[in-house]
Design a protein around this ligand. Structure first.
Ligand code: ASP
Length: 341
């Protein structure tokens, strides 16, 4: 029996073409892609495709689209050995992060990929990315378990844990970075896996969390931020959780008005997660005086979690209907390898 892989096409540059009238890139029908990559047929695999009814630029991705992807995986989980998600790169790190939290005890590869140039263009990076993603999704260990049983991103020469990634480049083919976690594999002449970096095959049953609660917000700090701006965010209707983007090792202004506003928000039940604006390194609340108040107030330190993982983890945890206390406990634990302990 051939290994079976399901391609899920959501849109993105990989499947776009230039609109004749406007000359802007717009998503086109998936079968366009299929025709463009006859090489796929040469892999000794059975590859089926599922396409969004209306393929989208990933800037239009929403929580409903994540639920659609998760549902397709859930419904086809036992029929396929691996899943490849074709997705625009702009929000791929968010989608890969969200799916990593939605798919619990995942025992199959879910490999996101896309490209910087449409697949129909001569110098496209899309063909190579797609072919490598499919190969990785089909790879198995000697004991028959999948090589990479987790949600990951394959782009250019790197395979990354999805919830550790960040789109760093809108110009060059190497679009993604995983600043605080080594790649799961480096792709060159061969595919060299860092086996110790890859999540273990789960020993519990696969579960899908499809309720997401997007009542989360972000407060990106900058010197000179006005109290009205902070208040407007903290007073957002239905706000349940806030990602606070702080400086350095999780530091912020010690202005009394600021700390009082955070305190009031926490007393009103809002969960605040402290995530650093730095690419590399971790939040260490209490290291500097400018973060010691956070421990007192009950702000949660996010370690080296990315913004993309922080916001989507909160959406999934809130959607699961956990109590505030349970969510805070889950934020302190790395659920899918999303931060370094
Ligand atoms: N705007 C495109 C998207 O994210 C860019 C890409 O595909 O890389 O859908």
């Amino acid at each position: 029996m051939k290994t079976r892989i399901l391609l899920i096409y959501t849109g993105g540059t990989i499947g776009m073409a230039y609109d004749r009238l406007t000359n802007a890139l717009i998503p086109v029908d998936f079968h366009h892609i299929d025709d463009q990559i006859p090489e796929l047929k040469r892999l000794n695999l059975e590859i089926d495709c599922y396409s969004f009814d209306v393929p989208i630029d990933s800037s239009n991705i929403s929580t409903e689209h994540w639920v659609e992807i998760a549902t397709v995986i859930e419904e086809n989980y036992y029929s396929y050995e691996g899943f490849v998600i074709l997705h625009g790169s702009d929000t791929m790190a968010f989608s890969a992060s969200a799916l990593s939290f939605m798919l619990e005890n995942l025992g199959k590869p879910v490999v996101f990929t896309g490209s910087q140039l449409p697949i129909g263009q001569i110098r496209t990076d899309g063909k190579e990315n797609l072919i490598t993603a499919v190969e990785i999704a089909a790879l198995k260990n000697d004991d028959g378990t999948p090589k990479v049983p987790e949600v990951c991103i394959l782009f250019e020469d790197g395979l990354y844990r999805g919830n550790r990634t960040h789109k760093k480049n809108a110009e060059y083919f190497e679009a993604f970075d995983s600043p605080n976690y080594r790649p799961l594999a480096k792709v060159g002449i061969g595919i060299n896996f860092n086996q110790s970096q890859i999540l273990k095959y789960p020993d519990k049953a696969f579960q899908v969390h499809k309720e997401l609660d997007p009542n989360v917000h972000v407060l990106h700090l900058y010197p000179g931020i006005r109290p009205q701006a902070v208040e407007a965010i903290l007073k957002t209707t239905n706000l349940k959780a806030l990602v606070l983007l702080t400086y350095g090792a999780g530091n912020a202004t010690t202005d009394v008005w600021f700390l009082e506003m955070l305190n009031a928000a926490i007393e009103n039940g809002i969960i605040i997660l402290n995530v650093t604006q730095c690419e590399i390194g971790s939040v260490k609340q209490g290291l500097y005086e400018t973060s010691s108040a956070f421990n007192r107030l009950g702000v949660i330190g996010g370690n080296d979690i990315t913004f993309e993982a922080a916001i989507t983890k909160l959406m999934v945890l809130l959607g699961c209907g956990f109590s505030r206390e349970e969510i805070i406990e889950y934020l302190k634990i790395s659920l899918r390898g999303e931060f370094t302990l």
